[in-house]
Every structure is written in structure tokens, then in C-alpha cells.
Ligand binder design. Structure first.
Ligand code: CMX
Length: 134
């Protein structure tokens, strides 16, 4: 496990929250990207060492829609950078953690990702992400 790659924040509306984060962080949103398999649109911000991802649901099936319905807007996940996602998944599986996908899947911003169940991680949804080298 390496550094924290980004924090994911669930929001009701990117249209509302992008300008708020542009003011807060004093930097422009550098990318918006839909992840259709997750039913979300994402928006990214980079400060010197930190990356923030805002996530808006595009359908009621989305984990983001369910999260906001239950808990309201707020921090949805903490993502950790890994060099070899398959190896990390295998390691965590052997340690008894519940992985929320069997295989790495394609996430936003050119990453392979896997989630670990928040009930196994002291209440914080954890994302592993490996840069896709193309
Ligand atoms: N962080 C912490 N706890 C969370 C959570 C989150 N993000 N999402 C759900 N939970 C909690 C719920 O509050 C609930 O707790 P209680 O039982 O104490 O009330 C429990 O986990 C079960 O949650 P649920 O609402 O019944 O929801 P589901 O079981 O349907 O799903 C989860 C929860 C985490 C398994 C599901 O959201 C999931 O598989 N997430 C991974 C995929 C994902 O989040 N995709 C969106 C982002 C994609 C991206 O970054 O591109």
C-alpha cells in the first residue's frame, strides 16, 4: 500500500459543488469523467500533493445515490495507490477482508480499482487503485 491517491466526496450536484471546490481549493477542476458501470459522474481537483474526487450519482442504482440518501453529502471513500492491485487484493483477501469486486475494474482517471467493505475497515470505504500504464 502506498500513499493516499485521492479522497472521494459524494455530492448531490456537480454543477453546485464544482464551483464551491474551485473556490475552496483555489484551483480549477481539471477533469470531469463519467464512469458508466458505477452510474456516476466524477470531477477531479489537484492541489500540490492532494487529489479530490467529487462524485454525483446518475441513477438511483448508484452506490452514491444510496449513500447520500442514508447519510447525506460527505466523504465517501479513501483511495490508496497500489503498485500491483492483483497482489494487494490477494493479500487482503487472505487477511479476511471482504472485497467488493472479484477482479479489478476500470475506474475514473485511468485507474484499475477495487473496493474493500466499509464494515471491515472501521467504517471508511477503502479503494485500491493502480495507474493503468498505456
Ligand atoms: N462509507 C462507509 N460506510 C458505508 C458506505 C461508505 N461509502 N456506503 C455504505 N456504507 C454503510 C451503510 O451506512 C450501511 O451501514 P449500516 O448497516 O450501519 O447502516 C452499510 O455500509 C451497508 O450499506 P447499504 O446502504 O445497505 O448499502 P449496500 O450494502 O447496498 O452497499 C457498499 C454498500 C459499500 C457495499 C456499496 O456501496 C459498494 O459496493 N460500494 C463500492 C462501489 C462504489 O462505492 N462505487 C461508487 C464510487 C465509484 C468510483 O469511485 O468511481
Amino acid at each position: 500500500m502506498e500513499h493516499i491517491e485521492h479522497l472521494g466526496i459524494a455530492v448531490n450536484s456537480l454543477e453546485v459543488s464544482i464551483p464551491i471546490y474551485e473556490k475552496l481549493l483555489n484551483t480549477k477542476c481539471y477533469k470531469q469523467e463519467a464512469v458508466e458501470s458505477e452510474h456516476v459522474i466524477t470531477a477531479f481537483f489537484q492541489t500540490s500533493n492532494n487529489k479530490i474526487e467529487l462524485l454525483q450519482a446518475t441513477s438511483n442504482e448508484s452506490a452514491i445515490a444510496k449513500f447520500i440518501e442514508k447519510r447525506g453529502e460527505g466523504i465517501h471513500h479513501v483511495a490508496y495507490s497500489v503498485k500491483d492491485i492483483q497482489a494487494e487484493m490477494e493479500r487482503l483477501r487472505k487477511e479476511g477482508f471482504r472485497l467488493l469486486n472479484e477482479q479489478p475494474k476500470r475506474g475514473a482517471d485511468n485507474k484499475l480499482i477495487c473496493f474493500v467493505h466499509p464494515k471491515d475497515t472501521s467504517g471508511v470505504l477503502m479503494e485500491l487503485c493502480q495507474e493503468i500504464s498505456e
